[in-house]
Write a protein that binds this ligand. Structure first.
Ligand SMILES: [Zn+2]
Length: 58
């Protein structure tokens, strides 16, 4: 479901943003293990979402 994917993508983006905003170990160039985990799930969902968008636009 596209909406479900979008919601998960937005949730992951928000989780990563809020972690990045509060975590002192995360910087622009380095991430703590938790930040890295949040970032990679956000990046994976973003890629999946953008691929879905591209397919639908044909
Ligand atoms: Zn962190």
């Amino acid at each position: 479901m596209a909406e479900d994917l979008y919601e998960r993508y937005q949730t992951a983006a928000a989780a990563h943003r809020s972690h990045h905003g509060t975590c002192t170990a995360c910087t622009d160039t380095e991430r703590c293990p938790a930040g890295q985990r949040l970032y990679s799930s956000f990046a994976r969902l973003q890629t999946a979402y953008l691929n879905r968008q591209r397919e639908q636009r044909r």
